[in-house]
Write a protein that binds this ligand. Structure first.
Ligand SMILES: Nc1ncnc2c1ncn2[C@@H]1O[C@H](COP(=O)(O)OP(=O)(O)O)[C@@H](O)[C@H]1O
Ligand SMILES: O=C(O)C1=C[C@@H](OP(=O)(O)O)[C@@H](O)[C@H](O)C1
Ligand SMILES: [Mg+2]
Length: 173
């Protein structure tokens, strides 16, 4: 075990499993778990859709950047981020500089399946979520890749398997 970082940050698109895998991973490694979306909700006292409704995506991104700024000061945590956190250059730099970054890749078809019944992702409340997820991934995939220390396809494995693979990669880093 010679990992440079005590923190593990999970990035990737909606439905890739960042929140689910992150919680299990933290438990397994006995690290504190954080989710940037939950942190925003705790701080504001309202849910993500309400923030989008009143402040738009721009307001949400501002809050997300503030939360990330504070969370990277912590040690020994697993952080599940929101899918769009990598849009800001400053966020990408903070993630790269403070933790082992894992890109949870997931094919669009699986993302669609896993988010189909969810009403709490404002960007997917559209007539054609598949088209939206395809467009988002086209823009964001290079950004996820640019900061990833390790990439895993969660479309092909159960959450527990993903956790095992991430721990192996982290310990070999
Ligand atoms: N590896 C996986 N295999 C099957 N289903 C998964 C997997 N990871 C997550 N899910 C399911 O997909 C949905 C979205 O997962 P979530 O962790 O919220 O993704 P994210 O935080 O990346 O948007 C949840 O219902 C979760 O149970
Ligand atoms: O991809 C995005 O821009 C978003 C992803 C969501 O988090 P998950 O990736 O955990 O679903 C949440 O931050 C918000 O709805 C915006
Ligand atoms: Mg999540």
């Amino acid at each position: 075990m010679n990992s440079q970082f005590s923190n593990i940050y999970l990035v990737g698109p909606m439905g890739a499993g960042k929140t689910t895998v992150g919680r299990l991973l933290a438990r397994e490694l006995e690290k504190q778990f954080y989710d940037s979306d939950r942190e925003i909700e705790t701080r504001t006292g309202v849910d993500i859709p309400t923030i989008f409704e009143y402040e738009g995506e721009e307001g949400f991104r501002r809050r997300e950047a503030e939360v990330l700024h504070d969370l990277v000061a912590l040690e020994d945590i697993v952080l599940a981020t929101g899918g769009g956190i990598i849009l800001r250059e400053e966020n990408r730099r903070l993630l790269r500089d403070h933790g082992f970054v894992v890109y949870l890749y997931c094919p669009v078809a699986k993302q669609v399946e896993r988010t189909a019944r969810d009403t709490h992702r404002p960007l997917l409340q559209t007539a054609d979520p598949k088209k939206r997820l395809t467009e988002l991934l086209a823009v964001r995939a290079p950004l996820y890749e640019s900061i990833a220390d390790y990439t895993i396809n969660t479309g092909e494995c159960a959450s527990r398997q993903a956790v095992k693979k991430i721990i192996q990669a982290y310990r070999n880093s």
